[in-house]
Every structure is written in structure tokens, then in C-alpha cells.
Design a binder for this molecule. Structure first.
Ligand code: HPA
Length: 269
């Protein structure tokens, strides 16, 4: 199934899309799927009804495409993502992103859960990603043959959207860190030496997602903004045992602030 065909099928279930279009699309990170409940007039389409969409098989993600309004803004929300570590496919989110593009999305807000790479950032913080390190060696555009594959990544994270997010944080009285996100493949967590390495290389947070989607979205010409929900100190930086359950619980405990921040950001768009 092509993105254009999928977009047509989605439009038949959501008739206002053709006239007003989408203002923004969101991809939700681990433990943040509850955000979907906030959407007004929601049309919920399970990925299983969208041929070629991933079977997002990670607990804490909700494999639904939800289209509706939030603060009067027309949004499409992907409640789950496929990760590189699931099948070794860095381009697993290509069709969903192409479909969002075919639906007329020009702006993508990505969220994730991440660990810290040093003690200047704490669990419970939100971090605006202003750049990234791809430490996996993988790239979703490997195999792409058009010259568009040579994507300029020097301003991958949109400066104006970053300013809006900082304004939203200030006005909502939510502390917002900013920094560099390092993508490591997972699914095992990093070793303490890997977290030290990431920090030495310039990372502020470590995680297992988002970067391939940023590359794909820039390839497709979308503006990108990305936000990490810092769920834990990176390996070696605290005594707390790392687990997916801990990530999910920790993400869920900041879900209210996350909702406030994103909602305020949408108001400013
Ligand atoms: N490392 C990688 N990914 C993560 C972490 C982490 O410490 N926490 C949440 N996602």
C-alpha cells in the first residue's frame, strides 16, 4: 500500500481533512500513550487497519493513528512507533511518516523517553532536543536512491519551533532543559562506559528512538521539533536498576506536565 492510497483511505474517515488539513503530527514516546485521551472529536484508526504500518510491539505504546483537535489545532497523533531494535529496520517508520506527509502535515513533534548522560539533567525533567548524535551506524535512508537522500542535517531541529516550545515551558512554569540526544540501538540499556562515552561526545541524554524519524521527516521536507521525557539517570549515574517498567512508570508520572506543555505549545502555534 502506498502512502497516497493510505492517505485517501484515511480522508474518507475524516472528511474535514481535505478542507482544513492538519496543523501538526505527533509521535508519542513510551508511557505517553495516554495523551491520546485528550484529543477532541477523535477518529481512531488502529495500525492494523493501515496496511504497511508497523505492529508497534512495545508495551507502553498504543498502535493507533488518532486524528482530531487539541486546543483547536488539527492534529494527527501516532500513539506508537516501531523502533530500530525491533526488527533492525531503521526505516520502519517511513510509511507512517510518508502517510502523514500525504495528509498534508508539514510539522512533526516527536517525543520519547530518555536517560540522562550526565548529572546536569535529572529524571523528571523534559529536554528539548536541539541536536543529536547517531551512535548506531544505521540510517533510514540507506537504500534510498534519489539524490534527496543527501539530507542537510545542520538545522534538523527547527529553531522557531524550539523558541515556541521554550515560551510554552516558561508560560506553563515547567522546567525545560535543552541538549543533545544520542541514539543508541538498544534494546539493552547502555553500559556505564557507553553513557560516559556519549557524554564525552557531547550528549546530554541517551535513548533508543526518534533519530531515524527525524532523518526521515527532514528527507520528506517536514519541520521537526523533539522533546525527551527524562525518565531515569543513565547507566552508571545512579543505583536505580534500569527496566522498561521503570521507564513507563516514570514517563506516566510526568504525563500531566507533558500534556500541559504540549497543549500550551499547540496554543502558540
Ligand atoms: N537509555 C536508553 N533509552 C532509554 C533510557 C535509557 O537510560 N531511558 C528511557 N529510554
Amino acid at each position: 500500500m502506498t502512502a497516497t492510497t493510505l492517505a485517501q483511505a484515511i480522508k474518507t474517515r475524516c472528511d474535514w481533512l481535505d478542507s482544513t488539513g492538519l496543523d501538526i503530527a505527533l509521535i508519542l514516546g513510551s508511557g505517553l500513550a495516554g495523551f491520546i485521551d485528550n484529543i477532541d472529536h477523535a477518529i481512531v484508526i488502529p495500525y492494523s487497519e493501515l496496511e504497511g504500518f508497523p505492529h508497534a510491539g512495545v508495551e507502553g505504546h498504543q498502535p493507533d493513528l488518532v486524528i482530531g483537535q487539541l486546543e483547536g489545532v488539527n492534529v494527527a497523533v501516532l500513539g506508537g512507533r516501531a523502533h530500530y531494535y525491533e526488527q533492525g529496520d531503521a526505516a520502519a517508520m517511513r510509511l507512517p511518516l510518508e502517510t502523514l506527509k500525504a495528509l498534508g502535515t508539514h510539522t512533526l513533534l516527536l517525543t520519547n523517553s530518555a536517560g540522562t548522560a550526565h548529572n546536569g539533567i535529572s529524571a523528571g525533567d523534559f529536554m528539548l532536543i536541539n541536536d543529536h548524535l547517531n551512535l548506531t551506524g544505521a540510517n533510514p535512508l540507506i537504500g534510498e536512491s534519489s539524490n534527496n537522500r543527501f539530507v542537510d542535517m545542520s538545522c534538523a531541529y527547527d529553531i522557531e519551533l524550539q523558541s515556541l516550545m521554550k515560551k510554552a515551558a516558561k508560560e506553563s512554569k515547567i522546567t525545560l532543559q535543552q541538549g543533545v540526544y544520542a541514539w543508541l540501538s538498544g534494546p539493552s540499556f547502555e553500559t556505564p562506559a557507553e553513557v560516559r562515552m556519549a557524554h564525552i561526545l557531547g550528549a546530554d541524554a541517551v535513548g533508543m528512538s526518534t533519530v531515524p524519524e527525524v532523518i526521515l521527516a527532514r528527507f520528506l521536507g517536514m519541520k521537526v521539533i523533539a522533546l525527551s521525557n527524562i525518565t531515569n539517570a543513565g547507566a552508571g549515574l545512579s543505583d536505580i536498576e534500569l527496566s522498561h517498567e521503570h521507564t513507563q512508570n516514570s514517563a506516566a508520572s510526568s504525563a500531566d506536565d507533558f500534556k500541559r506543555l504540549i497543549t500550551h505549545f499547540l496554543k502558540l502555534l
